[in-house]
Design a protein around this ligand. Structure first.
Ligand SMILES: Cc1ncc(COP(=O)(O)O)c(C=O)c1O
Ligand SMILES: *[C@@H]1O[C@H](CO)[C@@H](O)[C@H](O)[C@H]1NC(C)=O
Length: 386
């Protein structure tokens, strides 16, 4: 499952989230002056539970855009981005798919092989035909870059492509910056539209600015893009369903129109976005101290996973495994696409009570200092004879 657990195998509520909740409830131990400043800066602290405006929390959306487009993004300044709060990453993807269906009828979406399985369901239920593009290279357990580029080249001009902005799920394989530049150039030549799903922002490198590199490269090249952002993983707000859908438009006028249409898609479905998660996010990102605490905590989560990758690989090598486990440390994000076969996964389950999806995807968040040795040994046992 794609949820972060700590080194004791326990789910985590981030300290920045706990503090934000204290402030929202109005019970934090802060001075009178601070309380007044906070009250003036935001109505959130009054604990109001009324509807958010259409489009969701303005403050949350504003802070969320900065994370993807950059703090001093000219596109934010020029009001060229149509953005609405969404029901986490899934809701943002679905809203984009519905938008695509309504305003580009007959268009298709190109989806990588493999991808998060729900992508297929989302565009299917939005009634948008799907095509696939090459992505994973099983032999190298890396990227089939030439296959990807061929598919981008051969797609009809002006096609829609779903790209994972970072920490590709399920493979953990991301293009390098140089490869992103080439992809972006080819998209430009082919007038394709890139829709970035960014569900693991911060989880790849531990630094959200670094993880936004793919998007920044496309922005530099002058694309119009769409982005789905989610706080499920990087703030641990899974069940709060807080995220953002944004579309970079040609100008402010177009952005106003697109935003209005996005709101009209939401209105008959759920009318308004949920409030509490958005309050948490805007409280954290709107306060420099809480924001830097969040950045620290994201890095701790990412670093723990990176550390477990190293330990898992080293343990397998120490056991004398004849296979290469380099991909364990080369891949990034929450998952490791181990290359284990469905039969080997079944043996891990029945003989060792180790559970992963049958495509061999290990959730690295479930690996801890205590169980990594047991895991390595079991993997070694089931892969020995192959
Ligand atoms: C690639 C990808 N996109 C989107 C999501 C959506 O997550 P959520 O709707 O919880 O934000 C996930 C969650 O697993 C994911 O892996
Ligand atoms: C890489 O993509 C190409 C398509 O251009 C395909 O022919 C080839 O089989 C792919 N390689 C792997 C290992 O998937």
């Amino acid at each position: 499952m794609g949820a972060y657990h700590d080194d004791n195998g326990k789910p985590v509520v981030l300290e920045c989230v706990r503090e934000a909740e204290r402030r929202i409830a109005g019970s934090s131990f802060i001075s009178c002056e601070e309380r007044i400043i906070l009250l003036l800066s935001s109505f959130l602290l009054l604990g109001i539970k009324e509807y958010l405006p259409m489009g969701g929390s303005v403050k949350m959306v504003e802070e969320t855009l900065k994370l993807a487009y950059g703090d001093d993004s000219e596109f934010i300044k020029d009001k060229r981005i149509a953005a609405v709060q969404a029901l986490s990453g899934t809701g943002a993807c679905r809203m984009f798919a519905d938008f695509q269906k309504r305003f580009c009828p007959g268009s298709q979406i190109y989806i990588p092989v493999p991808t998060w399985s729900n992508h297929h369901n989302i565009w299917r239920d939005a009634d948008v035909p799907q095509k696939t593009y090459h992505y994973y290279h099983p032999e190298s357990k890396g990227l089939n870059f030439s296959g990807l580029m061929d598919d981008v080249k051969n797609a009809p001009e002006g096609s829609f492509f779903l790209l994972h902005a970072c920490a590709h799920n399920p493979t953990g394989v991301d293009p390098t910056d140089e490869q992103w530049r080439e992809i972006s150039q080819l998209f430009k030549a082919k007038k394709h539209f890139a829709f970035f799903d960014m569900a693991y922002h911060g989880f790849a490198s531990g630094d959200p600015a670094r993880d936004a590199k793919s998007i920044r490269i496309f922005l530099e090249d002058g694309h119009h893009i769409g982005i789905s952002q989610s706080y499920a993983k990087n703030m641990g707000l899974y069940g709060q369903r807080v995220g953002c859908l944004s579309v970079l438009c040609a100008d402010e006028k177009q952005a106003v129109t697109v935003k209005s249409q996005l709101q009209q898609l939401a209105r008959p479905m759920y009318s308004n976005q949920p409030l509490h998660g958005a309050q948490i996010v805007s409280t954290i990102l709107g306060d420099p101290e809480l924001k830097s605490l969040w950045l620290k905590e994201v890095k701790i989560m990412a670093d723990r996973i990176i550390g477990m990758r190293t330990t898992l690989r080293e343990s397998l090598e120490k056991l004398g495994s004849p296979l290469s486990w380099e991909h364990v440390t080369k891949q990034i994000g929450m998952f490791c696409y181990s290359g284990l076969t469905p039969e080997q996964v079944d043996r891990l389950t029945s003989e060792y009570h180790i559970y992963m999806t049958r495509n061999g995807r290990i959730s690295m968040a479930g690996v801890t200092t205590e169980n990594v040795g047991y895991l390595a040994n079991a993997i070694h046992e089931v892969t020995k004879s192959s």
